[in-house]
Design a protein around this ligand. Structure first.
Ligand SMILES: Cc1cc2nc3c(=O)[nH]c(=O)nc-3n(C[C@H](O)[C@H](O)[C@H](O)COP(=O)(O)O)c2cc1C
Length: 154
């Protein structure tokens, strides 16, 4: 199975998980870059508002065509109980190109049910596997969760 890991990360958590997945599978990885400045407290507030209103954003051009992969694992931080605008935009621009998907997200404590539903509805595809890593998981060992997710998308 040819797999691509695609993710957006504002502060590094989702990036860490994306890199661990791609290192374990030994597959391609692509970071989605949001051109909007989301730094600082103003960026945080705008980000929450944009995510809540399901707004799209502008992202840099992608390097990897998702239609060339058997599985695309898509990762996002949870913002206001939903996916980040950069991932919404990525899905919007590539809808119909996904053969199979896996969804993963990172969050403080909650929001994964609505986020995964939102991603599934928006991409119009049922994921093979889903993974959520919460703040408390980063303090402990989430190896088993990671393995389970990878088993699901393989
Ligand atoms: C604008 C904003 C909204 C957030 N909303 C939620 C939320 O609804 N639920 C939650 O558990 N965490 C929430 N968080 C925390 C992030 O989901 C969490 O820190 C995540 O791991 C960040 O991923 P990143 O480091 O890849 O950007 C929010 C963070 C930001 C910046």
């Amino acid at each position: 199975m040819k797999t691509l890991v695609v993710y957006y990360s504002r502060s590094g958590h989702t990036k860490k998980i994306a890199e661990e997945i791609s290192n374990k599978i030994k597959c391609d990885i692509e970071e989605i870059i949001d051109t909007k400045n989301r730094k600082g407290i103003i960026g945080w507030l705008k980000s929450g508002r944009d995510a809540h209103s399901r707004k799209l954003t502008t992202i840099n051009e992608i390097r990897n065509d998702p239609s060339k992969y058997d599985v695309v694992a898509i990762g996002t931080p949870i913002w206001a109980g939903l996916m980040a605008p950069a991932i919404r935009t990525y899905i919007n621009q590539n809808k119909g190109k996904f053969k199979n998907v896996g969804f993963f997200c990172t969050c403080g404590s909650s929001g994964e049910i609505m986020t995964f539903e939102d991603m599934e509805d928006y991409a119009d595809i049922t994921p093979l596997s889903k993974l959520v890593i919460k703040s408390k998981d980063f303090q402990t060992n989430y190896e088993d969760k990671l393995k389970e997710f990878i088993k699901g998308i393989k």
